[in-house]
Design a protein around this ligand. Structure first.
Ligand code: 5GP
Length: 192
């Protein structure tokens, strides 16, 4: 998506450890107009696939996921990274090694929010090596739900998670695919 690539090129910052900071427009301060256009693009791809639930993981996937769910007219559910005192009932759980923070989280979704009748679209802000995607896919599987596909704002293609998911036959839509961030220079897939 050219508009997103342009925003990344202009406002994204490459940090040590292969991390792209998009805090000024996607995941801390949020450009709602850009995110709405991103959600439109995702819905143009998945709008006729019968999605009845959008699944993401807290926190930075939530903004995009909720805009997608609003357009598809369905619920959005997010996996929490820890159980709060007000979280009741049985949970689906999956381990997830974080790319941007040290350690492993157990991400949880209440069983009452996901089940075998659900046709799920996973939405997230980033796809790197694919740990978050694997954890969410495992939760969909445990729920006996059908995975309709995955949409991410930014795929760091050179980290391999996206290609692995495509090889497994999942319909993966990445709005921007970065092929390299060497020496702080961002190159997008398909860019000469
Ligand atoms: P993965 O699990 O695919 O390795 O990484 C995806 C998750 O890690 C996303 O949910 C996202 O929050 C975070 N992440 C991975 N790479 C980046 C990055 O370069 N920048 C930011 N802001 N988040 C990232």
């Amino acid at each position: 998506m050219k508009l997103l690539e342009k925003a990344i090129a202009e406002k994204g910052r490459v940090f040590e450890g292969d991390v792209l900071n998009v805090g000024s427009f996607i995941n801390h301060q949020i450009d709602s107009v850009l995110l709405a256009k991103m959600a439109d693009e995702i819905c143009a791809h998945f709008g006729d696939k019968g999605v009845n639930k959008v699944l993401t993981v807290e926190a930075s996937g939530i903004a995009l996921a909720i805009l997608v769910a609003e357009r598809l007219g369905c619920m959005m559910v997010f996996a929490k990274k820890s159980r709060a005192l007000n979280d009741a009932g049985e949970m689906y759980a999956a381990e997830c090694r974080s790319f941007t923070r040290p350690g492993v989280n157990t991400v949880i979704v209440p069983k009452e929010y996901l089940g075998s009748d659900d046709n799920v679209l996973i939405v997230d802000d980033f796809l790197a090596v694919g740990n978050a995607a694997s954890a969410l896919r495992s939760i969909v599987e445990k729920a006996g739900a059908h995975l309709c596909g995955m949409a991410v704002a930014v795929e760091k293609g050179y980290q391999g998670g996206g290609d692995k998911i495509r090889k497994e036959g999942v319909d993966l839509l990445s709005l921007a695919v970065i092929d390299s961030m060497e020496n702080g220079k961002i190159t997008f897939r398909g860019q000469l």
